[in-house]
Design a protein. Structure first.
Length: 238
C-alpha cells in the first residue's frame, strides 16, 4: 500500500515539531541549579526586554534549615532530623528515661551550625515530647544598577518581589538579590541579570519566553498543516 500525500504531510509536520521542541527548549534552564544557597532570581530573565519604564522583579525564597537531635541517658542518639522552615517538632513515642535535646540552625552563608535551643526532659511513661525553638527570619536585599555600575534602586524586606519605576527608556540595567538572616549571616549576591527598558519588542515576548513563542508558532504551523492535510484527503481519489 503506497503512502498517501496526507500521511506524508502529517509525518513531516510532526517530525518538524519534535525537532523544534528539542532544539528550542532551554536545556540550560532545565538543568540542576549550581551549588550554593543564594536566593535565585526568577523574573525577569537575563537579557529581558521591557516595553515601559516600570518593571517587577521576583526571586525565590531561601529555606531556613534546622537540625534537631535528642539523646537518651546513655548518650545514644534517638532523634536526628532536619527540618525546613519549622520551629517545633514532636518526637515519636519514647520509652521512660532522661533525655537531652538540642536544636541547631544551619546558617544561610554555610557557616558552622549554631545552637538555638537545648534542654533536658524526663518521661515516666512511654510518650511523645514536643520541642520548640526561636525562629530565624530571612529578609532580602535587592539592587538595580546601570551599566556604569552606579546604583539606581535598592530595596530590603521579607517579600519576594519589588516593583521599580521611572526607569530610563533605552537603558540596560543589571539586577541582583541576596539574603540576610536575623542571626547576622548574609549570602553572596546572586549572579547579575540584565534587562533593557523601553524597547519596541513584539508584545508576545511580554507574555511568552522566546522558546515558548517559537514552539507556539510551530504549533500553529502544525494546525495549518493538519487542516491542509484534511483538504488534500478530500481531493484524493478513492
Amino acid at each position: 500500500m503506497t503512502e498517501t500525500r496526507t500521511a506524508r504531510l502529517l509525518r513531516g509536520t510532526l517530525v518538524l515539531y519534535v525537532l523544534a521542541t528539542l532544539v528550542l527548549a532551554p536545556w540550560d534552564e532545565l538543568a540542576p541549579a549550581e551549588g550554593g544557597s543564594d536566593p535565585r532570581p526568577l523574573w525577569p530573565a537575563d537579557g529581558y526586554q521591557h516595553h515601559n519604564s516600570t518593571l517587577r522583579f521576583e526571586w525565590s525564597a531561601l529555606p531556613v534549615e534546622y537540625l534537631v537531635m535528642v539523646f537518651n541517658s546513655t548518650g545514644a542518639e534517638v532523634v536526628n532530623i532536619t527540618l525546613i522552615d519549622e520551629t517545633n517538632y514532636q518526637t515519636k513515642r519514647l520509652v521512660p528515661d532522661f533525655y537531652t535535646w538540642v536544636a541547631w540552625y544551619t546558617p544561610i552563608d554555610e557557616a558552622l551550625a549554631e545552637i538555638l535551643a537545648s534542654g533536658i526532659f524526663s518521661l515516666n511513661a512511654s510518650a511523645k515530647q514536643a520541642l520548640e525553638w526561636d525562629t530565624v527570619s530571612v529578609s532580602y536585599q535587592f539592587r538595580l544598577r546601570a551599566v556604569d555600575s552606579s546604583t539606581v534602586s535598592t530595596h530590603e524586606g521579607v517579600g519576594l518581589h519589588v516593583e521599580v519605576g521611572d526607569l530610563e527608556p533605552g537603558n540596560i540595567y543589571r539586577w541582583q538579590v541576596r539574603a540576610l538572616d536575623s542571626n547576622g549571616h548574609t549570602t553572596d549576591w546572586s549572579l547579575p541579570r540584565s534587562v533593557e527598558v523601553g524597547t519596541t519588542q513584539f508584545l508576545a515576548f511580554e507574555v511568552f519566553s522566546e522558546w515558548e513563542l517559537a514552539l507556539l508558532l510551530t504549533g500553529m504551523i502544525l494546525v495549518v498543516a493538519l487542516q491542509a492535510g484534511v483538504f488534500l484527503a478530500r481531493e484524493e481519489p478513492e
